[in-house]
Design a protein around this ligand. Sequence first.
Ligand SMILES: NC(=O)c1ccc[n+]([C@@H]2O[C@H](COP(=O)([O-])OP(=O)(O)OC[C@H]3O[C@@H](n4cnc5c(N)ncnc54)[C@H](O)[C@@H]3O)[C@@H](O)[C@H]2O)c1
Length: 435
Amino acid sequence: MTYKIAILGTGYVGLVCGVGLADFGNRVTCTDIDGEKIDLLARETIPFYEPGLEDYLKRNRKEGRFFLEKDPEKAIRDNDFIFIAVGTPSRDDGEADLSYLEEAVRTIARESKEPKVVVTKSTVPVGTNRWIKKALLHLNPAISFLVVSNPEFLREGRAVQDFFHPDKVVVGTEEEEAREVMREIFRPLYLLNTPFIFCNLETAELIKYANNAFLATKITFINQIANLCDAVGADVHVIARALGMDGRISPKFLHPGPGFGGSCFPKDTKALVKTGERYGADMSLAREVVIANERQKEEMIRKLQKLLGDIRGKRVCVLGLSFKAETDDVRESPAITIIKKLLQEGAKVQAHDPQAIPNARKILGEKVQYFDDMYQAMKRCDALCLLTEWNSYRNLDLDIVKSNLTGRVILDTRNVLAPELVKEKGFIYEGVGRR
Ligand SMILES: NC(=O)c1ccc[n+]([C@@H]2O[C@H](COP(=O)([O-])OP(=O)(O)OC[C@H]3O[C@@H](n4cnc5c(N)ncnc54)[C@H](O)[C@@H]3O)[C@@H](O)[C@H]2O)c1
């Protein structure tokens, strides 16, 4: 069975789900209020960096299953399934900003002339899908709407792989009919024995927040253990390995660093704290994670200060701007916060990133000098600060680093370099939780 699906919001999630659902054999139309994104995609240019996505886009367009539409209203009218994948960024007070989603829901209500299944992929606070149900009924009582909460768990940088091989698919709905069609749409995954979790709307919404807050907590935990390792002379990697051998813990997400970032963990952890406040439930653990994560970024500055003395007037080479490797996303990237702080302290920053310079430039402007060549970025610098774990940084040619870098300080906030080799070359090396 071929379903007619419109995806509202053609960002990281919307586009990956769009080409993925098309690849399953459905007829998918991606639409966005940002017409430039659709123009770029029409020229088969992906507006962001996501490995493997371009091939799927090209193939599904060529084979007549994937379409682009500049007018969201038309996309809604022409399709039976409307997936909402719009952004839900953090507001200044930590609550999720639902204005894009609310606008999308109003448009769906206004443009629907026939029954629709509305599937929320965006991460939304508990109670939002029930509000969507009520709003659609109130705004367009003549039409039958089925509402599904289907949170997305893909990871940027591995999004395509994650779409086709998810750990789980969560379907929150109270209508049997909606459950059946969702099972059908995701049938290829069902056949692969992917676990499906069917639950009510609130449970599905909260699974997503609990999932992200748990991972953020795990990262924060190992970061704090790493800081203690620094103080007592222990090695966090040996500790993380030992912890990971305990089946109850698992070895994943036990890698220390400069703090978590990205478009999801920071905003979702903050939003969970806000939800707790609204319902009078204690979310003190998540609240502390948010605070400790900010401190972790400051800890990186403190380390650099310790190595360089006064930062004022020093020239620092930063390797990595994105919040993690294999993405150009700089939303809440620790690198951006750390660079802002370095600039505030009076340092000059020379930066390199394989993909994220255009996005970083939108935030940092020309206060930073950007380089396409990582070795050029090191020239005349007093220190090298590695902030994102791109593979190209793992195998730095230390002889070139030595001849280009004026100073001898290397701060490796991702622990990707081999400390012995670096020290052998005469550098002063500092990692996170290991010597
Ligand atoms: N990025 C991730 O790794 C990830 C993973 C899982 C879940 N999520 C969640 O998925 C949602 C989307 O995230 P993203 O990173 O893809 O966001 P994004 O900012 O990359 O894309 C959102 C898109 O929605 C568009 N949009 C806004 N209002 C619209 C409307 N009314 N109609 C049509 N388009 C509209 C915007 O122009 C933008 O292109 C968020 O709730 C996020 O928390 C993201």
